[in-house]
Design a protein around this ligand. Structure first.
Ligand SMILES: Nc1ncnc2c1ncn2[C@@H]1O[C@H](COP(=O)(O)OP(=O)(O)OP(=O)(O)O)[C@@H](O)[C@H]1O
Ligand code: SF4
Ligand SMILES: [Mg+2]
Length: 327
């Protein structure tokens, strides 16, 4: 099947998506290139939550920015709702941007600290040049704020007067202002307490149902992603290691397994991942001929170090890139 032709049920289709970053190239400094996202092909089904999980630096945020064309791909394509993003004119891209929005880990990065909440929520309409009377705009932001479970009383507050959870609710309201169909959620709960995390996840779930949204949900926490997402994509050093078609599917990739084990412990200081895995993540500049995880994998064989395992289907959409999967 030609992977660049989107299936009917997919809102976003990524094909062979790659993004390189270079450094050096000056006097006595050889130019080095690394692939932050390396040959990723992935469908994001409509109305579902697709999770992307992996350790820091594995390329999650780079993937998010490529999907929204906030960053240009070195290779590969992104099809959004049947349209190839790379070939859209600026005017067309402007229209498409209304449909795709991002929620960040730190809502401060999306809200100007000098703005009241009301002004922050009005800003997307002004940026997009959407004509609204003052009364219409006021009614729209009032509706947005109650949609995310906040009281209209906070409208005249400044971001620093709100709690972390309240700020993230404002970040979500702002992302929803232009009625998008697709949200990329880049670690939206990572800076919040566990109990607040659960409230935000419940809110996102309710909004998805109410507004018919599609999510790409990024996290380093596989337990959380398995709880919230319909499908889970496990990344390591820019590559897809495993795709779990549902929360009930047990991971069979050694990396996914270690990640799951490490995340059972809510206290990050007590997590086992370092002892469990041993070794360090190789430099992203290293050219690894075989499996990117071989240096840390307890089941690595010579074949693993020599040949890169292709992503293969174990059945029912369970995909894995591993020469010796777990039972
Ligand atoms: N603009 C850039 N220039 C150079 N290198 C970059 C740039 N953006 C990202 N990288 C590199 O690409 C790799 C992937 O980074 P990315 O931010 O996508 O990871 P991540 O999975 O989102 O990590 P985290 O969990 O810490 O947010 C890292 O090695 C990072 O240093
Ligand atoms: S391919 Fe080999 S090194 Fe990589 S995860 Fe599988 S068993 Fe481990
Ligand atoms: Mg990131």
């Amino acid at each position: 099947m030609d992977a660049s032709v989107p299936r009917d049920d997919s809102l976003v289709t990524m094909t062979d998506l790659t993004r390189e970053f270079s450094s050096g190239g000056g006097f006595m400094k050889p130019r080095r290139t690394m692939r932050a996202v390396n040959d990723v092909s992935l469908d994001v089904p409509r109305g579902k939550v697709t999770g992307v999980v992996g350790e820091s630096g594995c390329g999650k945020s780079t993937l998010a920015r490529l999907v929204l064309r906030l960053l240009e791909a070195t290779e590969g394509t992104v099809i959004f709702d049947g349209k190839n993003l790379a070939t859209q004119s600026q005017a067309e891209m402007r229209k498409l941007r209304r449909q795709m929005q991002m929620v960040f880990q730190d809502p401060y990065s999306a809200i100007d600290p000098r703005y009241t909440i009301r002004r922050a929520l009005l800003e997307p309409f002004q940026v997009q040049g959407e004509a609204k009377t003052a009364a219409e705009a006021r009614a729209t932001v009032d509706e947005l704020i109650s949609m995310v479970g906040l009281s209209p009383r906070i409208m005249d507050s400044f971001p620093h007067q709100l709690s972390g959870g309240q700020k993230q609710r404002v970040g979500i309201a702002r992302a929803l202002a232009l009625r998008p169909s697709f949200l990329v959620l880049d670690e939206p709960t990572a800076s919040l307490d566990v109990s607040i995390q659960a409230q935000i996840v419940d809110l996102l779930e309710a909004l998805k149902e109410e507004l018919g949204l599609t999510y790409l949900f990024i996290s380093h926490d596989l337990s959380l992603v398995r709880y919230f997402c319909d499908r889970v994509v496990v990344m390591y050093l820019g590559r897809v290691m495993e795709i779990l078609p549902g929360a009930e599917t047990q991971p069979r990739h050694h990396y996914a397994h270690a990640l799951l084990d490490s995340n059972f412990e809510p206290d990050p200081t007590r997590r086992k991942i370092v002892t469990m895995l041993g070794g360090e993540i190789p430099s992203p500049f290293a050219k690894i001929p075989g499996c990117a995880f071989a240096a840390r994998c307890p089941a690595a064989s010579d074949a693993c170090r020599r040949e890169r395992p292709p992503l293969t289907n174990l059945g029912d959409g369970h995909m894995i890139a591993c020469h010796n999967p777990m039972d």
